[in-house]
Unconditional design. Sequence first.
Length: 120
Amino acid sequence: MSYFSFDELKCKHCGGLVFDEDFKRTLDNIRRDCGFPLPVSSGYRCPDHPIEIAKDEPGAHCSGKAVDIKVSGEKALKLVEVALRHGVKRIGVSQKGDHSKRFVHLDNELDLPNPTIWSY
C-alpha cells in the first residue's frame, strides 16, 4: 500500500519523479504509524529546480530520498518521534510563523552528514 501519489512526490519544476523505493517504504510505514495524513509540500526536486540551483551542491531532494511534510504542533512532534523510530537519519524542523507554512523535512541521504536534526 502507498499513501503517497505520483503527483505529491513529483518535481514541481519539471514534473519528473526519481524516488528511492526504500525511502518510500519508510514514508509509508511512518504514515501508517502516525495515523494522520502527511501532506507533501516538496518531494523530488530535479537538479534544475530553482531551490536546488541556488545551492552549492544539490540536496537530498535531488536523490529522491527527502520530503517536506506540511505539519505543525503536536502532529509535527509525533511525526519526528515516529520518523526517528523508523530510522530516519536527517530531520529538519520549521515551526515558526504562519501555521500553513510550517513543515518537517525528512531524509535518508546518507552521503550528507548524519544523524542530524536542525531547525530552519
